[in-house]
Design a protein around this ligand. Structure first.
Ligand code: FES
Ligand SMILES: [Fe+2]
Length: 400
C-alpha cells in the first residue's frame, strides 16, 4: 500500500484517491474517468495526474498516440544548403537523417544500415559524399540507393536495388523541415492549421539558424513543455533575469496553442537592454506588438518576437529524461549587418539564461511529482495554455 494513503483517504476527492494509487495498482490507467477533471472547464479543471509524468506505460502510450502520428521538427533547410549536407538526430520514431542530394532535393531516411542495423551517421550536422556504414562499409547515395556492399556479389540472391535506405516523409513550411514515418498523416500545412497565416509576416524562409544548443534534463518532457507555456513562474524562476511577464491567450486553429506577451521592444533581450537590430520589416500588428510563445503539438515551441525567434524541441528520452534542443534564429538580412556579431550576444545571453533557469526548475517539479501524495492541483489564472496542452494529451491517450 502506498505509504501515505491512510493519511489522506478521509479527505480526498475522486481524482486524488486515484492518484494516491500507484499507476501499477490501477485497473486501467487510460480509463477516461481518471482524466475527467483535466478536461473540465478551465476554472474548475485539475492538472494531469502525477503518473502522467512518471509512469513507463503512460509514457509508452503517449509516444505511440501523441508522437508517432505527428510531424517532427528538424531545422531549417538553409542549414543543409549544399548537396551532401545533412542533419542526423534521434526522434521518437528513431534515429533519422535529413540530407540534401546532388539534385538539390531534401530527403529523409531512417539512420540505420540495411545490413545489420548499425547507425550510419553520428548525430549532429555534417557533410558527406556518400553515406558509408562504419561497420562493414555498405555505401549509400544521398538518394538512399545502395551503391556498394563489399563482397556481397558472392551472395547469388543479393540484389543492391532491394536494400536502399528506409525513406521517411519530409515536408517544409517557410524553409523549416519536419519529418514523419507515418505515410497516412495529413500534409504538414494541414497539421499547422492557421499557424502558417499568423506568422506569414515573420518570413520564415528568410530565417537563419545561427546557433544551436542541447541540454539533457532529468524530468518528463511535459514538465518542460508546460513551463514554456505559462508566465506564472517568470517572476519567481526568472526574478533576476526576465522578471514577471504578462500574457494573454491566443485562439488557434490546428495542432498548436499559444500565448502572447505584448511589448514594444523585443523580449529576446533582457529587460533594460537595448538593441540596434531591426524589427522584421514585414511584420504588422499584432505580430509586431510582442512575442508569441507557441507550442506545435506535441513538443516544439516557436517563440516569435519582433526581431528574431527561437525554436525549442522537448525530445522525450524516457519518462523522466528529456533532451532540450534549441535553435536560435534571425532574419538573413539581420545576420548580414555589421552590428550583428556584437548585438547578437545580448540575445544569446537572454535566451540561454532563461532556458537554463527553466531547465533547473524542471527536475525540482519532477522530484515532487514522484511523491505518492502528489495529487492534481488547480490551474493558476495564467496557465490557460498549459490546460489546453493537457487536454490535447488526454484526448490523444484516451481516444476522446
Ligand atoms: S551493419 Fe552496416 S555494413 Fe554491416
Ligand atoms: Fe521560464
Amino acid at each position: 500500500m502506498p505509504k501515505y494513503r491512510h493519511l489522506y483517504e478521509h479527505m480526498v476527492t475522486y481524482s486524488e484517491k486515484a492518484n494516491l494509487m500507484s499507476a501499477s495498482e490501477m485497473d486501467d490507467l487510460f480509463d477516461p474517468a481518471h482524466y475527467a477533471e483535466t478536461l473540465a472547464d478551465f476554472g474548475s479543471a485539475r492538472t494531469l495526474p502525477a503518473w502522467c509524468y512518471t509512469d513507463a506505460s503512460f509514457f509508452q502510450r503517449e509516444m505511440e498516440r501523441c508522437f508517432h502520428s505527428n510531424w517532427h521538427f528538424i531545422g531549417h533547410e538553409s542549414e543543409i544548403a549544399e548537396p551532401g549536407q545533412y542533419i542526423a538526430v534521434d526522434l521518437v520514431i528513431g534515429p533519422v537523417i535529413v540530407i540534401r542530394g546532388k539534385d538539390g532535393e531534401i530527403r529523409s531516411f531512417a539512420n540505420t544500415c540495411r545490413h545489420r542495423g548499425a547507425r550510419l551517421l553520428e548525430n549532429g550536422q555534417g557533410h558527406c559524399a556518400t553515406i558509408v556504414c562504419p561497420y562493414h562499409a555498405w555505401t549509400y547515395e544521398h538518394s538512399g540507393n545502395l551503391r556498394g556492399a563489399p563482397a556481397m556479389e558472392e551472395m547469388p540472391e543479393f540484389c543492391k536495388e532491394d536494400w536502399g535506405l528506409i525513406p521517411f516523409r519530409v515536408e517544409q513550411y517557410g524553409g523549416f523541415m519536419w519529418v514523419t514515418s507515418n505515410g497516412e498523416l495529413p500534409a504538414l500545412t494541414d497539421y499547422l492549421g492557421d499557424f502558417t497565416s499568423r506568422f506569414e509576416g515573420h518570413d520564415f524562409g528568410a530565417m537563419r539558424v545561427v546557433r544551436r544548443e542541447t541540454y539533457d534534463i532529468a524530468c518528463n518532457w511535459k514538465v518542460l513543455a508546460e513551463n514554456a507555456l505559462e508566465e506564472y513562474h517568470t517572476g519567481v524562476v526568472h526574478s533576476n533575469s526576465l522578471g514577471q511577464q504578462h500574457s494573454v491567450p491566443v485562439e488557434t486553429l490546428g495542432r498548436w496553442c499559444a500565448l502572447f506577451i505584448a511589448s514594444e521592444t523585443s523580449l529576446s533581450i533582457l529587460p533594460g537592454e537595448t538593441s540596434v537590430l531591426p524589427h522584421i520589416a514585414t511584420l504588422n500588428s499584432p505580430t509586431d506588438d510582442g512575442t508569441y510563445f507557441t507550442m506545435l503539438y506535441p513538443n516544439t515551441q516557436f517563440a516569435c518576437s519582433q526581431d528574431s525567434m527561437w525554436c525549442v524541441t522537448f525530445h522525450p528520452v524516457s519518462p523522466e529524461q528529456t533532451q532540450v534542443r534549441v535553435a536560435f534564429c534571425f532574419p538573413s538580412g539581420t545576420v548580414a549587418l555589421d552590428s550583428f556579431e556584437a548585438e547578437s550576444q545580448k540575445y544569446f545571453h537572454r535566451w540561454i539564461t532563461g532556458i537554463e533557469e527553466d531547465n533547473a526548475i524542471g527536475p525540482v517539479q519532477q522530484q515532487g511529482l514522484r511523491s505518492p501524495a502528489s495529487v492534481p492541483g488547480p490551474y493558476g489564472p495564467k496557465e490557460f495554455t498549459v490546460h489546453e496542452m493537457n487536454k490535447w494529451t488526454v484526448r490523444c491517450v484516451t481516444d476522446q
